[in-house]
Write a protein that binds this ligand. Structure first.
Ligand code: NDP
Length: 249
């Protein structure tokens, strides 16, 4: 039997890269996308291959439907039938109040975090669903605890985009439950990655850690483990679940 095929969006850094490493170590053939840092993406492919794994990096902006269609076509061509999708690519913008934000910002955030994940989910279902001749698969959406907390004075738009993703996880899980596809979400709390610098506060976790019951930020590997479990057959009766990976926050 050929090894399973996993596509991770935004897999060149942070949580996506940790997921790519762990998945490759567990025998998946991994395709991941990146937005602009091709050297970082290429270095990860080299690292995975040096460890005996299989990976390809594909440039794509998930906010652009034509980019996503090209990525899925490339995965079809290089690896064959898709087994698993991790909707991980997500952005946030500089911290501010809602009354300081404009429509262009909201359009960027929602296009990437929501529409991008929807397009990827659609393309995955078209390939995995037994209704469309597929043999099943698993999808994990990377949400955020921000969907519950709301992002006040930082990024309500980002929090709302993750709320939309939670709803999609639950709805799609029910929609395709009899078609061989499980759909779940992870909701990380503050994790040590470069995303906090995008919000203008690289040391955000230092400020917040006292509000986290475990009194620390999470590590990317801790999120990757949860994602890989949800993708695995060990989670065969788990669908529509939102798994908080947040140190108790
Ligand atoms: P990072 O900012 O560390 O990495 C982002 C990754 O996504 C990079 O690979 C980047 O590519 C890629 N990317 C960015 N924009 C796009 C785009 N438009 N299309 C395709 N790829 C893109 O992010 P994290 O690892 O921190 O976050 C990953 C996910 O986890 C996100 O959905 C985030 O919202 C979520 N999350 C993160 C938390 C945290 O504290 N870190 C907490 C809760 C949720 P490139 O290298 O080319 O820029």
């Amino acid at each position: 039997m050929s090894s399973p095929v996993l596509l991770i969006t935004g897999g060149s850094r942070g949580i996506g890269a940790a997921t790519a490493r762990l998945a490759a170590a567990r025998g998946y053939r991994v395709a991941f996308t990146y937005l602009e840092r091709s050297a970082t993406a290429d270095a990860l492919v080299t690292e995975i291959e040096a460890a005996g794994g299989t990976a390809i990096a594909l440039q794509a902006d998930v906010a652009r439907e034509d980019d996503v269609l090209r990525v899925f076509a490339e995965v079809d061509r290089r690896f064959g039938r898709l087994t698993a999708l991790v909707n991980n690519a997500g952005i946030l913008e500089p911290q501010m109040r809602l009354d300081q934000m404009d429509v262009r910002r909201w359009t960027r955030v929602l296009a990437t975090n929501v529409i991008g994940a929807f397009v990827c989910a659609r393309e995955a279902v078209l390939r995995m669903s037994t209704l469309h001749g597929g043999t099943g698969g698993a999808i994990v959406n990377v949400g955020s605890m921000a969907s519950l907390i709301g992002g006040a004075r930082e990024y309500i738009d980002y929090a709302a985009s993750k709320g939309a993703l939670d709803s999609m996880t639950v709805g799609l899980a029910r929609e395709v439950a009899t078609e061989g596809i499980r759909v779940n979400g992870v909701r990380p709390g503050p994790i040590h990655t470069e995303i906090h610098a995008s919000g203008g506060e690289p040391n955000r976790i230092e400020r917040l850690k006292h509000f986290i019951p475990m009194q620390r930020g999470g590590h990317v590997e801790e999120v990757a483990s949860a994602i890989l479990w949800l993708l695995s057959d060990e989670a065969s009766y788990v669908t529509g679940a939102l798994l908080d990976v947040s140190g108790g926050r």
